[in-house]
Design a protein around this ligand. Structure first.
Ligand code: 13P
Length: 255
């Protein structure tokens, strides 16, 4: 089955100003856009309107880096899916840095996913194991356990039914993020298989239709290994998405 390919630049808490964000967005839009791969950037929330405006006439999509799970209300500092939906194409949920800094657990990540999908947003759900789990050979089981919670939420939430085709997974081993030590493509395939097997089991959906991205120290040098890996449909790129190198990563996933 052929799944769409997706490469997303997660800018995290970069760059330092809205003006710089617009320049960076324009540089992504100006690089030769590859065929057969959807390209998007995920700037900080404050820069979303300016970046979306800068990319309005381009095929480059805009994603938010996080979203709150409630519809609206007394949630200081948070942003609702209904507020994002007119501005962005999609949202990332469950990034390990958000799990670490905001205390998100799998249940909360699942609730965020359900809310985002209910608003028609493409939703990238991040899962990934710690270094300890990796060294103990427990990567696939940890990733499956995280995915099970998401899968049960997919099965339980009626609102998700119509929007299942907007679910994307990102396998991001925590030990590979920002370390310069990417997983091997073979390891990424094993974890992508674990994600799909668990989704099939817990959500009862055709998991072969769900794209799985790899994230963690993706560079121009290693992108083609992930592009060639069975079961991997794209990349979630951190540091390298702030550089011209991002264009080469996109090109590696191009058809
Ligand atoms: P790096 O590419 O900087 O390792 O970050 C990966 C990541 O966390 C993308 O969401």
């Amino acid at each position: 089955m052929s799944r769409g390919r997706i490469v997303i630049g997660n800018w995290k808490m970069n760059p330092g100003s809205s003006a710089e964000a617009v320049v960076l967005a324009r540089s992504v839009a100006a690089s030769p856009l590859a065929t057969g791969v959807a390209v998007a950037v995920a700037p900080p929330a404050l820069f979303l309107p300016a970046v979306a405006e800068a990319l309005r006439a381009s095929p480059v999509g805009v994603y938010a880096q996080d979203v709150h799970w409630e519809e609206q209300g007394a949630f200081t500092g948070q942003i609702a899916a209904s507020m994002l939906a007119p501005v962005v194409l999609g949202v990332i949920v469950g990034h390990s840095e958000v799990r670490r800094d905001q205390g998100d657990d799998d249940e909360r990540v699942a609730k965020k996913m359900v809310r985002a999908l209910a608003h028609g947003l493409w939703t990238v759900v991040c899962v990934g194991e710690t270094l300890d789990a990796y060294l103990a050979g427990r990567s696939a089981s940890v990733v499956a356990a995280q995915t099970a919670v998401i899968g049960h939420a997919v099965a339980a939430a009626e609102s998700v039914g119509a929007r299942r085709d907007r679910i994307v997974f990102a396998y991001e081993p925590i030990w590979a993020i920002g370390t310069g030590r990417a997983a091997t493509a073979a390891h990424a395939t094993i974890c992508a298989d674990a994600i799909r097997a668990e989704l099939q089991r817990s959500a009862g959906i055709d998991a072969e239709a769900i794209p799985v991205l790899y994230g963690g120290s993706v560079t121009a040098a290693n992108a083609s290994a992930f592009a060639d890996a069975r079961g991997i449909d794209g990349a979630l790129v951190g540091g390298a998405s702030l550089k011209a190198e991002f264009g080469a990563i996109v090109a590696a996933f191009s058809g």
